[in-house]
Design a binder for this molecule. Structure first.
Ligand SMILES: C[S@@+](CC[C@H](N)C(=O)[O-])C[C@H]1O[C@@H](n2cnc3c(N)ncnc32)[C@H](O)[C@@H]1O
Length: 219
């Protein structure tokens, strides 16, 4: 209720067009499908993946910096990060247990055999897709902790695709599948309200001064 009141106040400082844009984007957002990138330390790959997540409507992205330490700049997504929630982990095990506790099915993406091909892959519950590094791929820990495997079919000589290209292909296919399904993939009304408040605040340049005025007036 408090959030709704603050939002109503802050929305006076953004245009009607902006407000409508937030609403239509939020109607396409999902947390039902999420992705985790494990040790993808190259900035251009990590940024491209987060940008794709934002573009395809994912609200949360999980970034693990385990095997090679903390190499990613905190502004990894160069803009897209403003609109998605990036959760960072120092250990793969923490990310796996967090997502499992939230009810996600863990799916490792890998170019290797035994994986389910992308076209045959059906989302039947909350799903977290894991992507690995250019050289090593995903760690044994993720492979062992996965509930399923997913592969983009390859018919050339090359063994694997670039990780950000893989993420874009998988997301395009699976977000389309999700939107056509009856699964409960939309954000809840509370989640939408939280995001509207967050995005509205980010859109107002002199937000500190406005918030101070609001809090003074509501005392
Ligand atoms: C360059 S690949 C890693 C190759 C690595 N040598 C290996 O054995 O996994 C980087 C990441 O992109 C994703 N990837 C690349 N090609 C893929 C494919 N055909 N199907 C599914 N995921 C793929 C996986 O997440 C992989 O960990």
């Amino acid at each position: 209720m408090k959030d709704a009141h603050l939002l109503e106040y802050l929305e006076r400082f953004i245009s009607e067009e902006r407000k409508q844009r937030f609403l239509s984007i939020l109607n396409q957002r999902t947390k039902y499908l999420t992705i985790a990138i494990e040790d993808v330390y190259q900035l251009h790959n990590a940024s491209a993946i987060i940008r794709s997540c934002e573009s395809f409507g994912l609200q949360e992205v999980h970034v693990i910096e385990d095997r090679f330490g903390k190499r990613l700049d905190k502004h990894i997504a160069m803009g897209a990060q403003r609109w998605v929630d990036v959760k960072r982990y120092g250990q793969t095990s923490d990310c796996l247990s967090q997502l499992k506790s939230e009810g996600y099915r863990i799916v490792a993406t890998t170019p290797h055999a035994k994986s389910r091909l992308l076209d045959d892959f059906e989302i039947d519950g909350k799903t977290a897709l894991f992507f690995g590094t250019e050289k090593e791929g995903l760690s044994e820990e993720v492979i062992a902790g996965s509930d399923g495997f997913l592969k983009i079919p390859m018919v050339g000589f090359t063994e694997s695709l670039n990780v950000s290209v893989s993420a874009a292909i998988v997301l395009q296919t699976l977000t389309q599948q999700l939107r056509k399904s009856d699964l409960p993939w939309h954000l809840t009304e509370t989640e939408k309200l939280e995001k509207r408040l967050d995005w509205t605040q980010k859109s107002i340049k002199s937000i500190e001064a406005i918030l101070e005025r609001y809090h003074r007036s509501s005392k």
